[in-house]
Design a binder for this molecule. Sequence first.
Ligand code: NAD
Length: 494
Amino acid sequence: METVKNYIGGVWKESISGKTEDVIGPADGSVIGVVTDSVPADAEEAIAAAKKSFYTDRTWRDMAAVDRAAILFKVADLIDANAHDLAVTDTLDNGKPLREAEGDVADAAACFRYYAGLIDKPEGGIYDTNRGFGEMFNMTIKEPVGVCAQITPWNYPLLMSCWKLAPCLAAGNSLVFKPSSKAPLSTAKLFRLFEEAGVPAGTANLVLGSGSNVGNVFAESEDVDMITFTGSTRVGQGIARAAAGNLKKVGLELGGKSPVVIFDDADLEAAVEWVMLGIFFNAGQVCSATSRLIIQDGIHDAFIKRLAERASHITIGPGMENPDLGPVVSEDQMNKILGYIKAGIDEGAKLVCGGKRYTENGCDKGYYIEPTVFDNCTPDMKIVKEEIFGPVLSVLTFHTEQEAIDLANDTEYGLAGAVLTKDGARALRVTKELRAGITWINCDQPTYCQAPWGGYKKSGVGRELSIHGLDEYQETKQININLHPEAPVGWYEH
Ligand code: NAD
């Protein structure tokens, strides 16, 4: 197998360590790729290339916005042209069903088109500052931040990369990028498309390797002006601490333990489908997964019965066979999830369905977990408090609207939340009370690049996607213009 290399200063090259790492496919544990395994010196070389690109060459930064946009539109077209290959790559690497990966690829192209379309339509402010110094005109302009470092997780390998790369490039920055070593292959293919589309050498640099060898160097570097990270809250906290050295700008998209609140009057059949999507999509490895079901006592029994029936029909298998549920990303992740399932049983939650590794129909070599639902949970249980990142749902019951709100907000996270009810006023009232950045009413999970994405509390800092996402990668500069330069100031005449 050919080794997938780093892309630094426009050159594809192996790590100076000469070491490689196998990429394991979760469907059957086989080796599906080999990537170069970078060391800190590779990360430093990439940062130097991005620095030279931004501060010395200035090709991308100084390019007319319409020309930069044309290249990014071309990237989107190339993603479409390579859609099948990219989708298969993510399915083999991450495990997700092929149709989910195809959806990710379509969203990735849409994200590049959105930011390509936005970048030549800047909006600035004009301020009335006619006070003290005579007639002035004050306006703001946006500029790129400089050298950006970006680090992504493995759960949406291509899409999480595009959520960061598209706005960062659109704004005119240069960057260094590290995908998760658990699923790096589609991002490496994306960088090939950058080269083909004409992104200038040195603008976007890819470094493959571990968090400790590469990510750390990005976070600590004095030559990096901004770091954006998507991943676990624990690692995000470390990034924020390391970034304090040169006070680089920080954007963090972190973990979640999001609630879905269902009232008695909700449409039962529709609610069951949304709940399943909220916890079984991508095998529950979704930061915004609604992993806590908070359900009113009147509908509880009928709902759990129907959910168990529907969950028992979920098909499980390799992503390439397009089942409902694919494997989880790795053996470690599978064991971590099984550990949580054991904790749920030990703490006295009632196992309604699932609860085991799935090994039937030739799945014994892969990392599959049955769709699992725990009822009769209490707020102090580990499976209610901690992010599991697997197909495991914990159910809590409430009687009053206030109890539902209190349970929903009883978490250190604040990424997302859903409310299902036919009472429109109540839906809005409860949603407004949720301490979360992404909310859904009578649905669960729909996500669009046109709308802002990000969390409250320990779920993150800043917003991705939408015009807010572009803003994160820009500095705002105010320009004061004296409309009467010939007039004396007269400040010291008293
Ligand atoms: P992770 O924190 O283990 O790893 C994320 C990335 O950080 C990887 O590229 C990893 O190599 C790198 N990394 C690890 N240690 C590092 C260090 N010390 N310094 C710098 N980089 C380091 O997370 P994961 O297991 O890959 O992903 C799952 C997590 O991501 C979940 O908590 C999930 O909720 C979160 N997530 C959040 C969002 C969001 O938008 N909020 C989206 C997707 C995933």
